[in-house]
Write a protein that binds this ligand. Structure first.
Ligand SMILES: Cc1cc2nc3c(=O)[nH]c(=O)nc-3n(C[C@H](O)[C@H](O)[C@H](O)COP(=O)(O)OP(=O)(O)OC[C@H]3O[C@@H](n4cnc5c(N)ncnc54)[C@H](O)[C@@H]3O)c2cc1C
Length: 414
């Protein structure tokens, strides 16, 4: 067995580093208020219900334009979308590497924008969309025609198959009624991918249909924006009141909507895990460096076992988790991940849990400075804390592992 990253991946990481230094770092330095202690204030339009400010969005768009011009942004997308179908191992290695560099415009945490783009819905539209629907592919990549994702509801999150939104056929149209929660980026979206039950029973995956609903359709209303631990925020509550869409709004097939979400669930979970592992590595490295420099009671802080042991434990865990993530991503490139979904869940919950503890320890080792916004750890903690809830919460990942371990439960990933 060969545990080294393949040469093409190592070379790509070097190439990305050179690109960041040449084209992204200077832009970041010119706009440093978005990254230093003022970051939350600078990025947020407090008068617009805490949404990302136009200036912040414009800066991210410029980063993405530069990355696209250099051939990096679409690296992991299918070739039909101008991508290079780089695969899960390449994607995981890049996510880990970019997060391991700390905060920066190359890999924004709050927006999940990066020089190598995160566009989970794009491959699903490429695979299931009609020609008419495929116009969203380029729009999502360039940010000009964003498509948001509306599955979660006020009464149903982890148990999405119990959703209450209903769509009823009326001739060659559908009438949708319900309410969506945590509808990220719907505020800047041209259309919303709304999941509604059109058949089957509560709790069944079959019978849920995905509709592409233009956000200016009468009855589609953003009611409020949820303010979050990490600001700015773009996660709205949406009311669907007799929203009328044609049959052609269905993405994929009637009653088969959840297949779309299932298509990218594993890719999203491994990507998230790799980002968390990289951020954990960054927090541990920075804490070790500071402990060596900081002199307390006449000696470097690093000489104290009370500092060495927890950092050694985090380091050991980080090494194991990173290697398990790379091995799982490698396997995903060779075998349908649905057949080893629990292994992806292990990566996801372990890495997301680890990074929160690593960021907390980095805050502790840095003392009062660690608690300040002049250091990046509070921001890393606040962002990655979210991953213990979204994309399948920590408990949902463990539930998936238990299904395999004890041999019961649904076959599909939840
Ligand atoms: C910042 C952010 C962005 C988001 N963006 C989107 C988006 O764009 N589109 C979208 O559709 N959704 C989005 N979500 C929603 C996200 O997917 C849900 O928050 C998540 O699925 C959890 O659902 P919930 O919040 O309703 O919690 P619940 O499902 O109510 O769970 C509450 C708690 O119970 C635990 N739990 C659940 N089931 C079990 C069980 N069987 N055993 C033990 N414990 C259990 C959960 O892990 C959790 O800790 C977003 C959420 C956040 C915070």
């Amino acid at each position: 067995m060969d545990f080294d990253l393949p040469q093409n991946i190592v070379a790509k990481l070097v190439e990305l580093d050179a690109f960041i230094e040449a084209e992204i770092r200077p832009l970041e330095q010119e706009n440093i208020k978005f990254f230093d202690h003022r970051r939350e204030w600078a990025r947020t339009n407090w008068e617009e219900d805490g949404r990302p400010s136009d200036e912040w969005r414009a800066l991210i768009s410029e980063m993405e334009r530069r990355a696209d011009r250099a051939g990096h942004l679409r690296l992991c997308l299918p070739e039909s979308c101008g991508g290079q179908a780089a695969g899960n191992l390449m994607n995981a290695a890049i996510r880990e590497h970019l997060s391991g560099k700390g905060l920066g415009l190359h890999n924004d945490l709050q927006d999940e924008s990066s020089i190598v783009g995160n566009f989970p819905i794009v491959p699903a539209i490429a695979r299931y969309g009609t020609d008419e629907q495929k116009v969203y592919i380029e729009g999502i990549i360039t940010g000009e025609r964003h498509l948001s994702f509306a599955l979660t509801e006020p009464n149903h999150g982890s148990d999405a198959t119990w959703l209450e939104t209903r769509a009823v056929r009326e001739g060659d149209h559908w009438i949708i009624n319900g309410r969506k929660r945590w509808n990220s980026q719907v505020g800047r979206a041209e259309a919303n991918l709304v999941f509604a039950r059109t058949g089957g029973k509560d709790g069944e995956a079959k019978g849920i249909t995905a509709f592409i609903v233009p956000t200016d359709t009468p009855g589609h209303t953003i009611v409020m924006n949820h303010w979050t631990f990490n600001m700015p925020t773009d996660h709205s509550e949406v009311e669907l009141d007799n929203v009328r869409v044609p049959n052609s709004a269905i993405l994929h097939k009637e009653g088969e909507g959840l297949k779309i979400a299932m298509m990218f669930i594993h890719e999203n979970r491994i990507r998230q895990a790799a980002a968390s592992a990289g951020a954990a590595r960054y927090c541990i490295t920075q804490a070790v460096k500071y402990a060596k420099d900081r002199v307390l009671f006449g000696e470097p802080l690093s000489t104290r076992q009370a500092i060495q042991f927890p950092l050694s434990e985090l380091y050991a865990e980080c090494e194991m988790v990173r290697n398990y993530i790379f091995r799982t991503a490698w396997k995903m490139d060779r075998q349908d991940p649905a057949t080893f979904s629990h292994e992806v869940s292990i990566c996801n919950y372990a890495a997301n849990n680890l990074v929160c503890r690593a960021a907390d320890m980095a805050i502790q080792v840095h003392g009062g400075l660690g608690y300040s916004r002049h250091m990046p750890f509070e921001h890393i903690y606040r962002h990655h804390r979210r991953y213990k809830i979204t994309e399948g919460s920590e408990e949902v990942q463990k539930r998936r592992i238990a299904h395999t371990l004890f041999g019961f439960g649904a076959k599909e990933a939840s």
